[in-house]
Design a protein around this ligand. Structure first.
Ligand SMILES: [Zn+2]
Length: 467
């Protein structure tokens, strides 16, 4: 017997007397899994959201429509407790966006403003393009060296099943305007953070400013348009013009997290939290990011809610407000729920598109790992791999995680996710009903077992994970 198996066996033997899960619990988890695989409501839910509401850009008219949709959908799905939790934030508006190569040979460019970017002054910004391979190279540009120039960051995101190429590439989007402004540039352009090569569809996403530096306009070029700029640069000086009508609206907007709950039969104040963010960017209809995450978790909770016998603890599904522009909904939830931290049994968030789950990772107390191993047995027939106990979970639950809430991370196949993410390609046609059923099967089985097991997964020390 391998040492690891031996260790798990011994560890499990140690808690066997206190095993909180019964054979009947596992039988119901398997039944939930099979029921979802035979056909869940997830696709119909995300179809309803993306066709009846469309995108849910934070603070837009569709933000309110999305919330009304979520309240109605929770009720329609049989959630007996439905409420909203107000969330406030400033509003950014996109406006028009145009760019072109002016010289040596004129050519229109497909761009999109990065979230939070200021607009350009009347008449736009023009300047010679200076290319940097990476954000780190731009960061190293000497102060004043880019006066009246437009900085361009060329880095390409690497495709990976777990989306691990995103972290390295996205620094250009998040920090590009800060680094370029420090060197004196009048604007910054980046190659879109996406994996769609030869595409004319640009990808947006949130950027940041440094309050001590000049704010400059920031936009992303579609990958084919980035290629065009680079081809022209290979032959000499390239002058580009950029016009953005984006701006911050006066005052703050009040949105809300929309919450639906299946009350537990025994300990209804103890909750298993699942969910995803309801907001999206505005270029597509927010199907993969993140209508689908809301749909998967709503559908999983509803399936549990239809069991003849309610779970012992509550299943809470949260459709979070404004994740895209600063995780406002997740932070507001954690501020309000900090005093109820101990009643949060386990959290899991769906925010990585509609691909199938292939790995189960956790961030739970060591003492709970034998219980997780038993829960994993329900997923093993699906071909799901067992990950480590260093999961960071998603953005919306990160504030709760940092307070010490145990996390289960259901890693999805994101091989194609970044072809469409944050772009006009984020539409319903990218989703497949059977894949969503598969996700619902995993969420329903895991959430149900956690609700039966109770507060055995924590407590964990507060603080962000170091990995
Ligand atoms: Zn998202």
């Amino acid at each position: 017997m391998p040492l690891r198996s031996l260790f798990l066996l011994l560890a499990f033997a140690g808690v066997a007397g206190a095993d909180p899960l019964t054979d009947a619990d596992f039988a119901i988890a398997v039944q939930l899994r099979e029921q979802a695989l035979a056909g869940s409501s997830a696709y119909a839910i995300v179809e309803s959201l993306t066709t009846e509401v469309g995108h849910r850009m934070a603070g837009s008219a569709n933000d309110a429509k999305g919330r009304a949709w979520a309240v109605a959908k929770f009720r329609e799905l049989g959630y007996s407790r439905v409420w909203v939790q107000p969330v406030r934030f400033p509003v950014w508006e996109r406006g028009f966006e145009n760019a072109a190569i002016l010289s040596p040979r004129p050519q229109p460019l497909n761009i999109t403003a990065l979230g939070g970017s200021i607009g350009t002054p009347p008449g736009g910004v023009r300047g010679a393009v200076v290319r940097f391979e990476t954000a780190a190279d731009l960061e190293a540009a000497p102060r004043g060296s880019l006066a009246s120039k437009i900085a361009y960051v060329a880095n390409r995101m690497q495709r990976a099943r777990d989306g691990s190429g995103y972290g390295a590439a996205v620094i250009a989007r998040a920090q590009g305007a800060i680094y370029a402004a420090r060197a004196g540039a009048s604007a910054v352009l980046i190659r879109s953070i996406g994996t769609d090569e030869q595409s004319r569809t640009p990808h947006t996403g949130q950027m940041r400013y440094d309050n001590l530096l000049t704010r400059i306009p920031a936009a992303a070029l579609a990958s084919a348009d980035a290629d065009a700029v680079e081809a022209a640069l290979a032959q000499g000086t390239v002058e580009v013009k950029l016009e953005l009508g984006s701006r911050k609206r006066q005052g703050e907007y009040t949105s809300a997290n929309v919450i639906g709950e299946i009350p537990g039969s025994e300990f209804s104040d103890e909750v298993v939290v699942i969910g995803g963010h309801l907001d999206s960017w505005d270029l597509g209809t927010g199907a993969i990011d993140n209508g689908v995450g809301v749909a998967i978790t709503m559908s999983a909770g509803a399936l549990i809610g239809r069991l003849p016998q309610r779970p012992r603890r509550s299943i809470r599904v949260v459709a979070f407000a404004n994740e895209e522009q600063g995780v406002y909904g997740g932070k507001a939830y954690a501020r309000q729920q900090a005093e109820h931290l101990a009643q949060h049994v386990l959290g899991a968030e769906s925010d990585f598109g509609g691909g199938r789950i292939w790995r189960l990772s956790t961030r739970v107390a060591e003492s709970a790992l034998p219980i997780v191993e038993r829960m994993y047995e329900v997923l093993r027939p699906l071909g799901i791999e067992r990950g480590d106990n260093l999961a960071s979970g998603g953005a919306d639950l990160s504030a709760m995680r940092d307070l010490g809430m145990p996390i289960i991370a259901l890693g999805q196949d994101g091989t194609r996710y970044f072809d469409w993410h944050h772009s006009a390609q984020d539409t319903l046609d990218k989703l497949h009903p059977e894949d969503l059923d598969y996700n619902v099967a995993v969420y329903a089985a895991m959430a149900y077992l956690a609700a039966q097991a109770g507060p055995v997964f924590g407590p964990l020390p507060a603080g962000a994970p170091r990995n």
